[in-house]
Design a protein around this ligand. Structure first.
Ligand code: SF4
Length: 452
């Protein structure tokens, strides 16, 4: 539970000297409780007091990073149960499980497949980040060679073995790259914690249930190992989702420290579509890491797309740079299309324009990431803002005509825009799916269309 002002007051010096900037220790305690002041402002606070208050101020879910510093995967530090309350900050990492009972060539092929799972979606590169390398036979040499190969290929790793000795051998060559170690159990927790501490690697703690998990994290944190990831031991959608939800609730609502770490989940469904559904459920609630067996590209794309949607800040829509972009190889006679800088809008217009086989210039107006009608309603996609964007662009030099196309949804501004910009304004389709027909029947034959 968070400390109250009274709890904090009890550990302050109670001399009411006023050097912290407020007249009494109680007033200072109230400021600390509401996070309007820091304990450093009191010169008489002891180290014990500082340690007590710092512990209380720690984030309810610890931030844990995996992989080399330059490209580490970060999980945890979430602050809300529901995305609409604020936002989710650190996207769920997705790992593909690869067992070591394969030939070196097969392992390399499996790693290459994971490394290639990168997708360009609405202007952002989204990918599958990790390999969960599972020790199939307890052979330290084979496991270490496979880990070294994946590491060499730049993949972040979760190293899975029941044997601390096998993990220790694998760490010899790659410990600086901070793989995630899996897992400390009731039988191995001391040895695994020792290994995590010596190698400065994050560690998964696996309980048979939540009660055992709490017991283990307390013990392991007591040894000074605090970069932990939780595996409640649950398998299957219903049980796993239940535990993930309990862990998130207890860590956020009760600030229950033994569960204040990011949690992970394993996909267990056999059917490929069910696998995507299960992984997506864990991405939504509340896994920091999802491990799945062999993954097809379509499954990976569905998972990273769901993740991108869930982890996009609803108050900051994905935007692209305003300005002029070319679709195909436009020339001086090509159409000028106008749209907003909301990524989903822009990339839909771009794709539909490409599909129309008509090279075009697209003028992207800065609407702070809002779609056409939202921006129009908010006075960000108006005759004035579009005329200004047209004037500030170099389109007048790029084309030898003065015709521009606005979305059909804002047809009402066409007259005023013509006045302000000096361009002939054509009203395009309401949905960009109508772009092919528009290009064929309106842009190429404006006179026919005007007379029709
Ligand atoms: Fe109390 Fe410290 Fe503030 Fe003095 S400086 S009033 S001791 S909290």
């Amino acid at each position: 539970m968070p400390l109250t002002a009274l709890d904090i007051y009890k550990v302050l010096p109670k001399t009411n000297c006023g050097e912290c900037g407020v007249p009494t220790c109680l007033a200072f305690a109230m400021q600390l409780a509401t996070k309007k002041a820091a304990i450093d402002a009191c010169p008489y606070a002891t180290d014990d007091t500082k340690a007590t208050l710092a512990g209380a101020a720690a984030p309810p879910i610890r931030l844990v990073s995996i992989g080399p510093e330059a490209q580490c995967i970060v999980m945890g530090n979430e602050t809300v149960l529901f995305r609409h309350e604020e936002t989710f900050y650190h996207p769920t990492a997705i790992a593909v499980r690869v067992r070591t009972d394969r030939s070196p060539e097969e392992l390399r092929a499996a790693f290459e497949r994971v490394a290639a799972m990168v997708f360009d979606r609405v202007g952002q590169f989204v990918r599958v980040e990790m390999v969960a390398l599972e020790d199939a036979d307890g052979d330290p040499g084979r496991f270490a060679a496979a880990a070294a190969l994946a590491d060499e290929m730049g993949l972040a790793l979760m190293l899975m073995s029941g044997s601390p000795a096998v993990l220790e051998t694998a760490l010899t060559g790659i410990r600086g790259h901070r793989p995630l170690l899996y897992a400390a159990t009731a039988d191995t927790w001391e040895a695994m914690a020792g290994l995590a501490k010596a190698s400065a690697c994050p560690l998964v703690v696996q309980g048979r249930d939540l009660a055992e998990l709490v017991d283990l994290t307390r013990r392991i944190a007591g040894l000074g190992v605090t970069d932990l990831v939780l595996d409640s031991g649950a398998r299957g959608l219903q049980a796993t989702l239940g535990d993930l939800t309990q862990i998130r609730r207890l860590s956020l609502r009760r600030q229950f420290r033994p569960l204040g770490y990011p949690a992970m989940a394993f996909v267990t469904a056999a059917d490929p579509i069910d696998q995507v559904t299960e992984a997506t459920a864990y991405i939504c609630k509340y896994a920091g890491l999802v491990v799945t067996d062999g993954l097809e590209d379509w499954q990976a794309l569905a998972m990273v797309t769901a993740r991108q949607n869930i982890y996009t800040d609803p108050q900051k829509p994905i935007q692209i740079e305003p300005g002029v972009r070319a679709v195909g190889s436009p020339d001086a006679s090509s159409p000028v299309l106008i749209t907003t800088n909301f990524s989903l809008t822009y990339f839909t217009v771009e794709a539909d324009t490409e599909a129309s086989h008509s090279p075009a210039w697209i003028l992207i107006v800065d609407t702070e990431g809002q779609s056409v009608l939202t921006a129009w309603a908010a006075d960000k996609f108006t005759a004035e803002t579009i005329a200004k964007a047209l004037a500030e662009s170099d389109l007048a030099e790029r084309v030898d005509h003065r015709r521009a196309v606005i979305p059909g949804g804002v047809a009402t501004i066409s007259g005023k825009l013509e006045e302000l910009s000096g361009w002939d304004i054509m009203v395009g389709p309401r949905e960009s799916a109508g772009m092919s027909v528009f290009m064929r029947t309106r842009w190429r034959q404006p006179e026919v269309a005007a007379g029709s």
